[in-house]
Write a protein that binds this ligand. Sequence first.
Ligand SMILES: C[S@@+](CC[C@H](N)C(=O)[O-])C[C@H]1O[C@@H](n2cnc3c(N)ncnc32)[C@H](O)[C@@H]1O
Length: 241
Amino acid sequence: MSSVKPYTYFSLLYSHLMQSVDYKFWAKYLSEIHDTLGDKSDYALELAAGNCFVTKYLKSKFKKLIVSDISKEMLLLCEQRIDKVCCNMTNLPFSYKFDFIYSTFDSLNYLNTESKLSEFFENISGNLSENGFLTFDVSLKKNSVKHLKKLNREGKFKGIKYVQKSVFNDETNIHTNTLTITLKNGKTFTEIHNQKIYDFYYYFDVIHSKELYVAECFDAFTFNDATEKSDRVQFIVKRKN
Ligand SMILES: C[S@@+](CC[C@H](N)C(=O)[O-])C[C@H]1O[C@@H](n2cnc3c(N)ncnc32)[C@H](O)[C@@H]1O
């Protein structure tokens, strides 16, 4: 069995594993956030877009939208006719500034060390326009624990067999998903996905330590204030100046 980097084969299963996710509903929520803060002349950037399932519902909302992800394999399965850039969100390659930067579905939890998270916020202000904003969701501990049972699963999709093991480590706060994938030719690979479940207040500390501030933090999919007891929270972050 060989180990491969995350999303090499997982990308082929992504649409199957995420079939219960209502991306239209998720996009509607982001769209409502954008309606209150931005307008149709905005230049937008999607981070960690994956297969672009949310993108298709949002792209008409902006003057221009670029999607990005660290995984070429994920972006290659994005069916949208849109500009795609393969890059690490901690080190964005753009020389211009965006009015609306967003990401969905726990993607910032993939920044699984404090230094990666810090680097991300350190750099992002350089890619935000003066009145631009960044919005992203993160999963908190309650969410990790709640979904553990259903993330331990196995199945078959397009001839690929998979076994997913999901473990949350209470001491390190790392949520690990290990996928064992067997291809049609019998070859077996493992992919390990480590997500860090940071403390709710830690995000505020790191964001405010950079040239940024938290304008709002909602209990995800609502416009109510989030708390440390929320499952998932939606941040809206702006530049200090
Ligand atoms: C859970 S998936 C979410 C994908 C998509 N946003 C969605 O809602 O379906 C997480 C995504 O984060 C991407 N990712 C992980 N670390 C990244 C990084 N440092 N920079 C950019 N993308 C990253 C992965 O390649 C993957 O596509």
